[in-house]
Design a binder for this molecule. Structure first.
Ligand code: 5AD
Ligand code: SF4
Length: 475
């Protein structure tokens, strides 16, 4: 059997793509958790910041050593960097067999991978039969689309639809030794039309395409039947979802998801403040047990001047109005955000405006980044006279304060009972899970608790987590 290893960098959309491929391939090969055991390595790459791209390149460099010991090893790069650096990757890394970008049809990739695995199984046997005289030459598949169309006669791949996943394949996943699934990421759309001036995603993932609501609902039902307890609906901008069949919007999709039977939670990510409506929070409030009490609402900057330069198309005032709606309709919801520090033209004054909004909203968690210049984006050519050290010192100060606020928010949970979906056991022997508000909780318990909902009485809190004690009652 062929051992497959997936390395996934980046956002939930990449995680969803990788899980989709893993689910499909797991009954054609064995999914392993370490690259040293792998015969086939697939790297799902992220291009959002330069650092993420550098990580891919240094990882690829390391894999060359593995290939020396295992000449039949196959390596493929997929995802966002693959979308626009195919030629560079091929030129720099002799051991990469194929490159397939995030903009292209994932069903084509899946079909190619299924075939490549079969082929590799034979090649592996030939190698172990006589390693010294291993005759197979390294092969590069430059045009996967062409290979797949030639192989299957050019069907439209609907026949391989990921919706056929469901119970059987998920059971198989468990049989193959993977832990019981607790969370699943379901892509409801791909691409983005927003063209925020700093962001490479519209260029790596292409223009927005929503998947059919019928297929999404089938996918969710399949996951729930298979034992999944938490579904995250994923899109670069879920609020602009539109069913290609009926034109139904995101709120309609949420209402339909709410009707699916079962004991499971639903999250969604990411939202764009320009498209948020109060109605959305009302639908979440109407379905209290289904929709998690967590909103991830990227602010990016607290200065209208910078927001405009970022092409975010909302004002700080509008953002604060949304926060008010959330507090009114979902008072116990946590709010998290993304902030970019050091965007071209950001003065100390602009930065202080961001700090002011952080004090006002008191986010439960902030993901913050120093602006990274990305090719193809509008901001690439913006003049920037702020020094990197200054940007870094702004970032660290913001992060320090954000952590203090997280700790203060977390401490408010002390004494409360929180429902938690249990994820796994930590190295220190304790179990961990997340609340509906996506706050991490550690506690002591038995293995059977993993993958289930438990109620925990919260006794301690710090910047990153809560600690609780089981309130014993079956849920
Ligand atoms: N530089 C820094 N941060 C970025 N992000 C997106 N593009 C860039 C960039 N060029 C951040 C945004 C986005 C998050 C996923 O990554 O904050 O919300
Ligand atoms: Fe990038 Fe903006 Fe689209 Fe988000 S909404 S993916 S930040 S372009």
């Amino acid at each position: 059997m062929v051992n497959i290893f997936f390395k996934t960098y980046g956002c939930q959309a990449n995680v969803a793509d990788s899980t989709f491929l893993i689910s499909y391939l797991s009954n054609r090969g064995r999914v392993v958790s370490c690259e040293n055991e792998a015969d086939f390595i697939i790297i799902n790459s992220c291009a959002i910041r330069e650092k993420a791209e550098q990580k891919l390149f240094s990882y690829l460099g390391k894999l060359a050593l593995l290939k020396e010991d295992k000449p039949y090893l196959r390596v493929g790069v997929i995802g966002c960097v693959a979308s626009y650096r195919k030629r560079d990757i091929f030129e720099k890394f002799d051991h990469v067999n194929f490159v397939f970008g995030a903009k292209e049809d994932i069903n084509v990739l899946r079909s190619y991978l299924a075939n490549a695995l079969e082929e590799l199984e034979t090649i592996k046997k030939i190698y172990y039969n006589d390693p010294i005289n291993f005759p197979i030459k390294f092969r590069r598949d430059r045009d996967i689309e062409k290979i797949v169309v030639e192989r299957c006669g050019g069907c439209d791949f609907e026949c391989h639809s990921f919706l056929q996943l469901g119970q059987k394949k998920l059971n198989k996943l468990e049989e193959t030794g993977r832990k019981k699934l607790k969370r699943a990421f379901v892509n409801i759309m791909t691409g983005c039309n927003n063209y925020c001036s700093y962001c490479i995603v519209p260029f790596t993932r292409g223009r927005e395409v929503s998947y059919k609501m019928k297929q999404i609902l089938e996918h969710v039902k399949g996951e729930v039947k298979g034992g999944v307890k938490e579904i995250t609906l994923v899109g670069q901008n879920v609020n602009s979802y539109s069913d290609p069949d009926s034109g139904a919007k995101f709120i309609a999709l949420l209402r339909e998801v709410a009707k699916i039977e079962g004991n499971f939670w639903v999250r969604y990510i990411s939202s764009h403040p320009k498209d948020m409506t109060k109605n959305l929070f009302e639908v979440m409030a109407e379905n209290k047990d289904r929709f998690c009490r967590h909103l991830h609402l990227p602010l990016q900057s607290g200065s209208d001047k910078i927001l405009k330069a970022m092409n975010r198309v909302y004002s700080v005032e509008h953002y604060l109005k949304i926060v008010d709606w959330i507090r009114e309709v979902l008072p116990d919801a946590t709010i998290t955000s993304d902030i970019i520090v050091g965007f071209p033209g950001e003065t100390e004054e602009d930065y202080q405006m961001t700090r002011k909004i952080i004090e006002k909203v008191r986010f439960d968690l902030i993901y913050s980044f120093v602006y990274s210049k990305r090719k193809y984006t509008t901001a690439f050519n913006y003049p920037d006279d702020c020094k990197q050290e200054e940007k870094l010192s702004r970032l660290y100060a913001l992060q320090e304060r954000a952590k203090e606020i997280s700790a203060e928010n977390n401490s408010k949970h002390i004494g409360s009972v929180q429902r938690v979906l249990v994820e796994d056991r930590l190295k220190n022997g304790r179990l961990w899970g997340r609340t509906s508000g996506n706050v991490l909780v550690h506690f002591d318990g038995r293995d059977e608790k993993t993958g289930t909902f438990v109620d925990l009485k919260i006794g301690k809190a710090d910047r990153v987590k809560l600690e609780g004690v089981l309130v014993e009652k079956e849920i």
